[in-house]
Design a protein around this ligand. Structure first.
Ligand code: PMP
Length: 425
């Protein structure tokens, strides 16, 4: 069909294009597909990569003599902490290994801040009249849902290729002491795949904040999840914050959810030694010790930090073709039409697709009609409202490759049809 940008077509040409797209769409509907690009879950093949865990640990007695079957060891198994501290650029005493979910650790952290305040707080956050968080958008829906649950007000700022719009962040935090924190997925962010640069990380850790206890929730969920041979390094936020005189500002989170088993991995919390001691003190009111058997079997399975990197290369081999299928479909079908832009992530789990403003919900509705489930419109924004109705998060990790391609055929057809409808309206 005509490869010119749709905006250059005459009304007659556009009407012909719309008719063509309607027919193409109807043909896809007739196929009765049932496909899903909604959640960033690892595929079964990816989970298979970690089945070695099921035969570990070889002995439940850890190298340091700890009987991992018993209570105790609140900070987690030392062996897995050593491996992950190296990967995250922290010292072992700056990192705690916990249960299977880092998201739960984020919620616990907010709860501790809420009920008791942080190491540098004047009072618990629940005593403040309002608490606000800076939220780079588009972002991770569950971060926003969590803030909503606390009644924390969300202040969106744009997420750029090199990290959050730091001028916007600095302006929001400078004079308003109610702005207590911000989210950031520093490496291969959800959903844009952007990585925060060293320069932006420096600004974020050094910027003046009206709140003395301002926190960066540094959610490094995709630290090691490279899709290309260029293994992007995350800025060393804890050292930067320390050098800037704000040592307690970053709270670091990570997990093995998309490294080993999404439902049975290990979550991590890290930060200054004071933050770690603070965290353990609060944790001790509700825990005697984490699942150290799981910690030990993970440490044995990986062997070392290098072992984790080698393991991630196996994930890459399974994921990269799925991302290539998304990229190829978008380029082939939409590349010349001027109705969409999208990210080309070098890592992580998502592609962020921006369609013509005002058409994202229509695209998602059309896709549903053709049997393809997409993440609901607005999901990547606070309150689930995308003010431009433009953003769609694509998650190609879970379906088999041929299903990713089949789903993308539908997605691109729906983008074209919705664009034609919009331009004719
Ligand atoms: N943070 C981000 C940015 C994520 O995308 C995800 C999972 N989709 C999580 C956290 C959840 O991590 P966990 O499984 O460790 O709770």
């Amino acid at each position: 069909s005509d490869p010119r940008p749709l905006a250059e077509l005459s009304r007659e040409e556009l009407e012909a294009f719309a008719t063509e797209q309607r027919t193409a769409y109807d043909n896809l509907v007739a196929k009765g597909l049932k496909l899903d690009l909604t959640r960033g879950k690892p595929s079964a093949d990816q989970l298979d990569l970690s089945d070695g865990l099921l035969h570990l640990p070889k002995s439940t007695t850890a190298p340091d003599g700890t009987d991992t079957r018993n209570y105790g060891g609140l900070a987690g198994g030392i062996e897995i902490r050593e491996i992950y501290a190296e990967l995250l650029g922290l010292s072992t005493d700056q990192l705690i290994a916990g249960g299977n979910s880092s998201l739960t650790m984020m919620r616990d952290t907010l709860m501790y801040l809420w009920l008791h305040g942080g190491v540098d707080s004047e009072r618990p956050w629940n005593r403040e009249e309002t608490v606000k968080f800076v939220c780079p958008v588009p972002g991770y829906d569950r971060h926003f849902t969590l803030l909503e649950w606390f009644g924390i007000e969300m202040l969106p700022v744009p997420m750029n290729a090199d990290g959050p719009d730091v001028e916007a962040v600095a302006a929001l935090v400078k004079d308003d002491p109610a702005v207590k924190g911000m989210w950031l997925v520093p490496t291969y962010s959800n959903p844009t795949g952007d990585t925060t640069s060293q320069e932006i990380a420096e600004r974020l850790t050094s910027m003046p904040t009206a709140a003395p206890d301002f926190k960066i929730f540094w959610d490094n969920a995709y630290a090691l999840h490279h899709l290309t041979p260029a293994e992007t390094k995350t800025a060393d936020v804890v050292s930067l914050a320390n050098a800037a005189g704000n040592p307690h500002r970053p709270l670091v989170f990570a997990s093995t959810s998309k490294v080993t088993y999404a439902g049975a991995g290990v979550g991590f919390f890290g930060g200054s030694k004071e933050n770690v001691a603070w965290w353990l003190d609060h944790l001790s009111s509700g825990a005697i010790g984490p699942d150290k058997v799981n910690h030990l079997r993970h440490a044995e399975f990986f062997g070392s930090a290098a072992g984790v990197r080698e393991h991630m290369a196996k994930h890459r081999a399974l994921l990269a073709p799925r991302f290539a299928a998304v990229e190829d479909a978008l380029t082939d079908e939409l590349g010349s039409l001027g109705v969409a832009t999208w990210t080309k992530p070098a890592g992580g789990y998502f592609v962020s697709l921006d369609v013509l403003p005002g058409t994202a919900s229509r695209v998602i509705e059309l896709a549903k009609g053709a049997g393809v489930a997409l993440t609901p419109a607005g999901s990547a924004f606070p309150g689930k409202v995308d003010p431009e109705d433009t953003n769609i998060r694509l998650a190609p990790s879970f379906p088999p490759l041929e299903q990713v391609s089949a789903a993308m055929e539908v997605v691109t057809a729906c983008v074209k049809l919705a664009a034609a409808e919009k331009l004719l309206a």
